[in-house]
Every structure is written in structure tokens, then in C-alpha cells.
Design a protein around this ligand. Sequence first.
Ligand code: PHE
Length: 464
Amino acid sequence: MTQQVEPSHEMWSSRWLFVLAAAGSAVGLGNIWKFPYIAGENGGGAFVLLYLVCVAVIGVPIMMAEVMLGREGRRSPINTMMSLTARFRSNRLWVLIGWIGVIAGFLILSYYAVIAGWALSYIGRMAGGTFVGADTSVATNTFEDFLGDPLLMVFWQTLFLLITVWIISKGVVRGLERAIRWFMPLLFVLLVVLLGYSIASNGFQQGWNFMFSFNLEALDQDAVLVAMGQAFFTLSLGMGAIMAYGAYLPSASSIAGTVSVIAVLDTLVAIIAGLVIFPIVFVNGLEPQQGPGLMFVTVPLAFGQMPLGVFFGALFFLLVSFAAITSAISISEPALAYLVEKYKLKRSSIAIVLGFISWILGIGTVLSFSSWSDFYLFGGLTFFDSVDYLSQNIMLPFGGLLIAIFAAYVLPKNIIKQQLGFTGETGMLLWKIFCGGIAPLGVLFVFITSGLGDLFITLFSSVK
Ligand code: PHE
């Protein structure tokens, strides 16, 4: 009963391309836009430490589990879970893992496209010289004016979704591989250039201290949940994106090695982004806790003061848009692959439908920054914050919890050994400790201690 399933999709042309694609999925707005702003909102240091711990002890094992399940099932997450539960005669409810991923994917893509639209629109603004020699007020006002113009935001959101739909229509190998091969390394280089600027600025020490002074007292209950959610989000975990990509990974590649490379790359990008942004914040007298606009105010300020800033600034936002596209593609892959398998329709027709649903949902996020800014859903959060909170802090960790338990306890030992290349018993023991113990218990622990129970009470008392 444990024979390999024939793959029904194309394959990555090499392990290296899988690394690039998975890194393309992981590295995105989560690292460059979101990590600095939520680290800022949560007081820096201690939050950063928690995030790093979550990446290492929860994220890495769960990522290995996802790749493994995907490669064993060789289908979309939903069908992979269907076939694995059938093969190993386990409860059909595990297919929930696949469905959580599809729903979380829509929620995430809906706002992801809006923020990526901001990045797209900033390419032109940078190139047009809006920020040359600009001071804090110019940078802040430009961003606020933009937020107050929902139609313009919808325009950029639409453009971003159109590009994404176009690329995913082309299929994983052709569409993705080409896009990723060049832009990822370039983005990295540009971040390092910006880092050089930050190091040379007077605020570097302060920025560094903000990020690495581990003052645990600065943390409130919720910060722990946000740090864990961020670890899931930034590594693209808990919703089947990595599982879907794992389905295209050739059987011979080592999972542990591959996953470590991706996790290290992803973390490095986030930390560099933070080290770029916080010194600029302090040198310019900005507030670290100013929220989602952080990157869009600080980065233009830095380029505005640099020689050739117009060119490099435009290039930076171009590359951020690319990083966002390679992530957006992976966010939609679980749903897309499932629908392709189920209805045997063309990828392009399905891509259009998926894009449309995300577009409609995304309008709520667009309006959260203007006419709906006083409209609160759960627990006093705006529409955007609610969608973000629900998907990142609840659905992804919950999906990850189920994935870890399934991969540690339901999957037969011989499959685990074969997938992870374990020969002796030590590997298996470590797997049980990390994937079967620390990772799921960590998620549960954070859920319980973060006052999620309190949240549900607020949730229900605020929906009248
Ligand atoms: N990891 C991506 C980022 O950091 C976002 C993402 C989340 C992608 C979930 C896929 C799945 O931007």
C-alpha cells in the first residue's frame, strides 16, 4: 500500500530551482514590508528574538513536514491529503489541512495584492524624482495621500493581480523559474547596498539596539502570537504553499538540507530589511511603531538622499514587486493545483477566477485605509487587520499544527525514513522530538498563553 504515486504535474528542473522557488515564495512582502513594521509595533528586540526562535524550532520542522507530505502525495495539498489518508487508512478529517490552506490563501492574497500594488506604484514615484532631497514630511504626506485615494490603490492592486494571473497561467516551471532566477539575487544585492547606506548613517547603532536588545519585558501577550504568526507567514507555512511546491520536487533531493537553506535565506533577508529600515527611522525622527507605511516612508527617504537614488530607488521597488509576485504565485498554487486536478480546466481559466475572488476581497483592505478606517470587525480591528490577524496568527499556525501531527504520527515510519533519508534511529528520534513534540506543543503553548481564549470572547462580544 505504500507505493509511490505517479506525479500528475510537471517537475522542477533541478533541486536548485526548487530552492529558488521556495525561497521565492518565502521571501516577499513578509520580510521586507511586514517584518520591520510589526517588529516596530511590538517594541523590537524581544519580539525579534521570539520570531527567530519560532522560525528555528517551529518553522523548520513544519517546513520539512510540508515538503515531505507534498513529495509523498505529488498532488495539490487537498488531493495529497486525500490520497495519504486513503493510503494510510487514517481519518478523512486530515483533508482539512488542504482546505485551511485554500481559504487562508484567498485571505492572504487579497491583501497581499493591495500592498504589492503600493510597491508597484512606488516604482514610478521613485523614478519620477518625487523623493529627491525629500524630508520626513514629504515622504509621510506622499504616502498618506496615496492611502486616501482608494481608486488609485485599486488600480495598482488590479495591475498586480493581472500580472500574477498571467504568470501562473503559464505553469509552474515556465512561469516561475524564469522570474525567480534573476530577480531574487538582484534583490539581495540591492538590500545589501541599502544596508551599506544604513551602516554609514548616524542611526545604525540605535537601529541595531532596537532590533537586538532583548528586553523581554517589552512584550505583551499578543506579541508572542504575532511573532509566531510571522514565522509561519514569512516561511510560507501552514497553508500548503510549500506542500504544493514539494509535490514538484524530484525524489532524490535532501529535504533537511534544502529546507535549512530556505529558512536561513529568508531570515537573513528579514533581518537585513530591519537593519536597513530602523536606522533610517531613528535618523529621521520617525516612529518605529507607525504601522504598515513604515517601508514606504523610510526607504524613499534613504534613496532621496543617495546619489543615483532615483535609479536605485525605482529598482528597489521593482524588485520588491517581483519578490511579492513570486510569493503571490505560491499563495494561489494550492487552490489552483486542486482545481486543475479536479475540473481538468486550463490553468489560465482557473487563475482568472482565483484572481477575481482575491480582487473583490481586497477591496475591503483598500478601503480599510480610507473610508472604512473607522469600521471595526473583530476585537476592534479594521477589515485589513482582521483578515491579516485571522490568516496569519490563527489559520497558518493551526494548519501547521495539524501538518506537524500528521507528519510525525500518521505517516508510517518507513515513509518518513525514506523521505528524510534517515538510515539509523537517531534521525527518527530527532524527528519525533521536533516535529512530533516541540513544534506542535510550541504552537499550542503560544495559542494558550497568548490569550487567544480572551480573543474569542472579545470576538463574540463585538459581533452583535
Ligand atoms: N512568505 C511570503 C512573504 O513573506 C508570504 C506567503 C505566505 C507566501 C503564505 C505563501 C504562503 O511575503
